[in-house]
Design a binder for this molecule. Structure first.
Ligand code: MOS
Length: 753
């Protein structure tokens, strides 16, 4: 479904501008009624089902697959293996940009990680395909799996994140540490985490000659289209991808995932449409995850309680066959004003699927370690941790010297502290118990996330009947992007939202870029804004150049658009409707395109970040060590808020991720086999409703004229930062024990009770 009706119930009707109004998601109603058709809901006539057979070893090779037995199963149509598969036009191990990842597409019999695809069974029913996969009974030549951060020799990665330097030095950290009056040194460990979007990776693929039609969730349709085109040696325009709704992505659906390409290969092999949907356990391996980290922080403070040195070293893992290096230590670059900052990364290759972008890659684990260490530094100075942060946050970005939105950050600290009641916090830990005897602790963490933009395009149309349309292939990950885009579309066209048709989510529309890096609204929103401005410019030209128009002679900049009419700016009583202008010109419609992207001049002049502060209360059972988060308050400044209702939900979501990071999520690998032992949502813990307390979010007004024309920053990821640290620091304040490994375990906090 590429067209979403966005009319609202009366209680949510807009007043004035569409942007800034708390409209509800229109697709939300479809979802709760079960009427939203996700990619895997597609059913084509004559369609077959494909099920992947996964490796149960983490390293070695497949020596035997019982293809004959599987093929004898009634219903099994074919078994795709390294020896029997359609040819590819490109080596799936080739890599020519940092967003391109090597894919396991049955190239050979090698096994590079547990859960790697080793065959695909195609059958007339899902059940037959599943049973066929089980009948393959693979045999292996097994090598010992390399597991964990100490599995092998480490090395300095060539770059981290997307092309960032692995090591950065600013000032002389060693000298600053040597002369510091207080020094903190601590090591923090975070576990491997998996994205676990609610909707599994899926695909319905249908070939017609060399034309391919695909239903698949993807955070970046053009990237997916280009990748598939390269692999199959067909022009990108031969591929039509529909990504109707995404049940989350969190980075794991950036482009085309390996299992999705296997679905396309299966359809090519059997010359019929094929549906392939991953089971939950199959999402632990081939679709990315977050590396475990071990981070060492060293912090120096002078006698005036000012930071003099921050050294942040992160050890991380990548796969044996591809490069993704989580930029964890980079979290220390921008937030605190230290004259000396050094960050570095060290990596090890292990037998795992390749780690990938996942929910604030780098910032999430990095800021957790940094915020814990800053808390320790504050306590070493005998200072309240908020007061210490207010004294030490950066007024200009420390390494680059660029102007920083420090006023917005200060507002976040102040407003959230006030709402939380922080002033009543005792400095010493383990001072407060509630009526039931639980230890009560309060903690703070600072949130920061770069205001990124990628590139996107939109097409705007104004029709003679006074209605409008806006198109961009942009997807909606579930966060309400399409609702926000429709709001921007309406304002950019000077129309009521009910008069604008918004079309998105299919690859035949102008490129909607990448839904990631918390950059989607800023990037696509800018494209929409520019497309709207361009089409209104054409309309204004038609009117102001025509003697018969009341706008004649007003000039292009001399008109404003509102409610389907152009008005003279200097005399708003003189106006003309879009319908009258187009009718007189004899045009059925006019259209224009617009692009969104960052402004390199502004980027090189200003530090661009969204900011926030999070306060958390935890209660810890003194004898049992059970930790409950009982309260969280966050304040965030993220530029212009297009839809406060949706933004609040995004910020809540990130705060819950923070809780998840500190207390719940961990993928556990069996050291003997290299297999993940909790590859399911029962044992891979994420917070459920009973875990999540009252959350309170304030958005701090911020007008940032430099980030983009609309002043939009992202809200998708920022609130995981700050939240994770605030909870860890609250656990210390409750118990007197500094958490050093995450998720925090019961045995870590009962030790000293
Ligand atoms: Mo995200 S990790 O920017 O999808």
């Amino acid at each position: 479904m590429s067209e979403i009706r966005l009319s609202q119930d009366p209680s949510r009707m807009r007043h004035g501008s569409n942007m800034g109004q708390p409209l509800t998601r229109r697709d939300g109603i479809l979802k709760v009624k079960g009427e939203a058709r996700y990619a895997a809901d597609k059913h084509l006539h004559g369609m077959l089902y494909a099920v992947i057979a996964n490796s149960s070893i983490a390293r070695g090779r497949v020596t035997f697959l019982d293809v004959e037995v599987a093929k004898r199963h009634p219903g099994v149509v074919d078994v795709m293996t390294p020896a029997h598969k359609p040819p590819l036009a490109l080596d799936p191990d080739a890599k020519n940009n940092p967003f391109m990842f090597r894919l396991e597409l049955l190239q050979n019999d090698q096994v590079r990680y547990a859960n790697q695809a080793i065959a695909v069974v195609i059958a007339t029913t899902l059940e037959a395909a599943t049973e066929g996969a089980a009948l393959l009974a693979p045999q292996y030549e097994t090598l010992p799996a390399r597991v964990g951060l100490d599995a092998d020799e480490s090395f300095v990665p060539p770059a981290v994140g997307v092309g960032h330097p692995s090591e950065v030095q600013h000032g002389d950290v060693d000298a600053a540490l040597a002369s510091a009056s207080q020094r903190i040194e601590a090591t923090y460990e975070t576990p491997a985490q998996y994205h676990n979007a609610m909707e599994p990776h899926a695909i319905v693929a249908a070939w017609d000659g060399d034309t391919l039609s695909v239903d698949a969730p993807s955070q970046a349709l053009l990237l997916a289209q280009m990748r598939i085109a390269g692999l199959f040696g067909i022009p990108p325009e031969n591929i039509h991808i529909r990504s109707p709704f995404l049940g989350g992505g969190f980075g794991s659906k950036a482009g085309a995932a390996g299992p999705q390409v296997l679905g396309i290969m299966a359809a090519r092999l059997v010359r019929k449409p094929v549906k392939l949907v991953l089971r939950r356990d199959q999402m632990y391996g081939p679709v990315g995850h977050r590396t475990p980290t071990r981070q060492r922080l060293r912090i120096g403070i002078d006698s005036d309680s000012r930071l003099t040195a921050i050294e942040h070293h992160a050890k991380i893992a990548s796969s044996t066959f591809d490069d993704f290096f989580e930029p964890a230590a980079d979290a220390s670059h921008s937030l605190y004003a230290s004259p000396a900052i050094a960050t570095s990364h060290e990596a090890v290759r292990i037998d795992t699927g390749t780690p990938m972008f996942m929910r604030a890659p780098g910032e999430a684990p990095g800021s957790l370690a940094l915020e814990c260490a800053i808390d320790e530094a504050a306590f070493a100075c005998g200072m309240d941790p908020l007061a210490f942060r207010l004294k030490n946050y950066a007024e200009v970005e420390p390494i680059t010297g660029k102007p920083f939105s420090s006023k917005a950050l200060r507002e976040c600290y102040t407003q959230a502290a006030e709402r939380f009641g922080w002033a009543r916090r005792p400095l010493q830990p383990r001072q407060v118990r509630d009526d039931a005897g639980f230890l009560v602790g309060w903690g703070v963490g600072t949130a920061i996330f770069p205001a990124l933009m990628f590139q996107a395009e939109a097409r705007a149309v104004i029709r003679r009947d006074g209605s409008g349309a806006m198109e961009s292939s942009a997807i909606d990950m579930g966060q309400g992007a399409w609702t926000a885009f429709a709001q921007i579309s309406a304002d950019s066209l000077g129309l009521d939202i009910d008069r604008v048709e918004f079309r998105a989510g299919t690859s035949d529309l102008p490129d909607g870029g990448i839904a990631g890096g918390s950059a989607h609204t800023a990037t696509v929103g800018s494209a929409i804004h520019n497309a709207g401005a361009a089409v209104l410019g054409q309309l204004a030209d038609l009117a102001t150049g025509d003697e018969r128009s009341p706008l004649f002679g007003a000039g292009n900049t001399g008109v404003v658009a509102r409610d389907g009419r152009l008005h003279r700016r200097d005399d708003e009583s003189r106006s003309e409707s879009y319908t009258d202008i187009l009718t007189r010109a004899g045009l059925a419609q006019i259209e224009a395109r617009g692009k969104g992207g960052m402004d390199p001049a502004a980027q090189s002049t200003y530090a661009m970040h969204a900011h926030g502060a999070v306060f958390a209360e935890v209660k810890v059972a003194p004898d049992l060590g059970q930790i409950r988060v009982t309260r969280m308050v966050g304040a965030f400044a993220a530029g212009r808020i297009i839809n406060p209702h949706l933004v609040r939900s995004q910020l809540f979501g990130g705060m819950i991720w923070g809780m998840s990071f500190t207390l719940h999520e961990e993928a556990v690998t069996d050291r003997r086999s290299g297999r993940i032992m909790n590859a399911n949502l029962a044992e891979y813990h994420v917070p459920v409703n009973a875990d999540v307390p009252s959350l309170d979010v304030v958005t701090v007004d911020e007008h940032d004229p430099h980030v983009n024309a609309l002043g939009i920053k992202g809200v998708g990821e920022i609130s995981i930062t700050g939240s994770a640290g605030a909870i860890a620091n609250a656990v210390w304040h409750a118990t007197g024990i500094r958490p050093r490994r995450f998720p925090i375990r019961i045995e870590d906090v009962v030790a000293a009770s």
